[in-house]
Design a protein around this ligand. Structure first.
Ligand code: HEC
Ligand code: HEC
Ligand code: HEC
Ligand code: HEC
Ligand code: HEC
Length: 267
């Protein structure tokens, strides 16, 4: 490639990428946040709570849930722009389920879903509405789960999930460890990812027998991944030993050459 062509490519590169940077700087701020952020009380509080949420972290703003037009302050909350308003309790699962379809289906089929509008919880009973955080089994606790019934069944679900959860975290840490040093962990990573997804969608069934059975199955699969990681540990240990032997051999050879050299020079 000669210099002129390189110059052209450079120019194309600049033309293509500069306007993108300029445009994103011009993008107007979400008007829902601007207006509600300046309010206090019932209409301002959601902004503060939302800022610390997993939705804020992932770019899901007010309009992601409530609809409306985040670019046009005058018509932001008009139904013609898709504004949905505030959902009634019985409509909340469908409201959240637009994005969390799998969870919604599991929920609807569950004891909780069947009790919707009849003393059962909705998504926000457990996750909150604006300050939704990353979900963990810690959401299953006596304070939260014994508001409507005894904690006994909840405790059974939790203990069935605990061992699996622990195994997932420890495998995750070990696989990341290999990834950092450039290990080929693609297959293991994908395996863990899909098992983790299967596991995390289990809870909403609130079916004690199902959770027990599937957690046990998932644990069996996880143990297979664990064995593969342990095998990598062993291979790596052997390589280290082999490496140490090779280094020792090289040092011995160097010493030999040195000594031979000395013998040669001394002559
Ligand atoms: C120019 C100011 C302004 C903008 C822009 C704005 N809002 Fe509002 N919003 C308000 C005010 C004022 C209220 C209170 C109205 C009332 O109590 O009747 C409100 C109320 C709401 C409510 C509660 C409605 C109810 O029935 O209680 C929601 C939800 C809401 N806004 C969401 C949004 C979303 C989503 C956007 C962006 C798409 C947005 N707002 C943009 C000023 C604004
Ligand atoms: C994850 C979905 C979600 C997001 C994102 C979200 N909301 Fe809400 N919001 C809800 C739900 C659900 C309710 C109904 C709450 C309930 O019944 O507990 C609600 C209720 C409200 C209300 C009525 C509160 C009341 O006490 O009457 C206002 C106002 C509101 N949201 C504004 C906002 C604003 C402003 C944003 C952006 C900062 C926002 N919401 C982001 C889900 C969301
Ligand atoms: C009775 C309490 C409860 C209710 C009701 C509930 N959840 Fe959950 N949710 C949990 C718990 C506990 C976890 C964590 C499970 C885990 O870590 O394995 C969770 C996990 C999640 C996750 C992350 C796991 C995944 O599969 O991605 C999402 C998303 C979620 N819930 C959304 C919802 C939505 C949407 C609804 C309503 C349709 C809902 N939840 C209803 C307690 C609840
Ligand atoms: C516009 C789409 C959208 C809507 C509507 C929505 N969410 Fe989410 N939610 C997301 C995205 C994107 C994430 C972050 C990625 C992920 O973990 O799935 C997320 C994450 C979550 C998580 C954490 C999942 C985890 O992996 O730990 C929970 C819990 C959750 N949402 C609950 C809710 C609840 C409850 C509602 C209704 C009040 C709701 N969401 C409405 C898009 C949405
Ligand atoms: C808002 C009230 C409410 C809250 C909070 C609540 N539940 Fe429930 N739960 C119900 C109702 C109603 C039923 C159905 C009637 C029954 O079986 O007791 C139910 C049923 C159950 C069942 C039996 C389901 C079946 O199919 O047999 C389990 C297990 C359960 N809940 C676990 C939990 C856990 C775990 C939590 C906390 C994360 C929780 N619940 C929080 C209202 C609630």
């Amino acid at each position: 490639m000669h210099a002129g062509m390189l110059g052209h490519l450079l120019l194309i590169f600049i033309v293509l990428f500069q306007p993108v940077a300029a445009r994103s700087a011009e993008t107007p701020e979400n008007v829902c946040l601007q207006c509600h952020g300046a309010m206090t009380g019932r209409t301002g509080e959601p902004v503060k709570l939302w800022r610390g949420s997993i939705h804020a972290e992932n770019g899901i703003s007010c309009n992601g849930c409530h609809g409306g037009d985040p670019k046009d302050a005058a018509n932001a909350m008009s139904p013609e722009r898709g504004f949905l308003g505030v959902p009634k309790a019985k409509d909340i699962p469908a409201f959240c389920g637009r994005c969390h379809l799998g969870v919604m289906k599991d929920f609807q089929a569950s004891g909780h879903g069947r009790a919707l509008g009849n003393g059962g919880p909705t998504c926000v009973t457990c996750h909150g509405n604006h300050q939704v955080l990353k979900a963990t089994p810690d959401l299953i606790n006596e304070k939260s789960c014994s508001r409507c019934h005894g904690f006994e069944r909840a405790r059974e679900i939790k203990s069935a999930m605990q061992e699996t959860e622990r195994l997932i975290s420890s495998l995750d840490a070990r696989i990341i460890g290999y990834k950092k040093i450039g290990g080929d962990v693609d297959r293991l990573e994908k395996g863990l990812f899909s098992l983790r997804n299967r596991f995390h969608s289990l809870f909403h069934s609130v079916d004690v027998e199902k959770v027990k059975k599937e957690s046990a199955q998932i644990t069996t699969e996880l143990k297979k991944l664990e064995a593969a990681v342990t095998e990598m540990d062993t291979t790596r240990q052997q390589r280290k030993v082999a490496g140490a032997v090779a280094v020792a051999a090289a040092l011995a050879a160097a010493l030999l050459f040195h000594l031979l050299g000395r013998t040669y020079h001394d002559r």
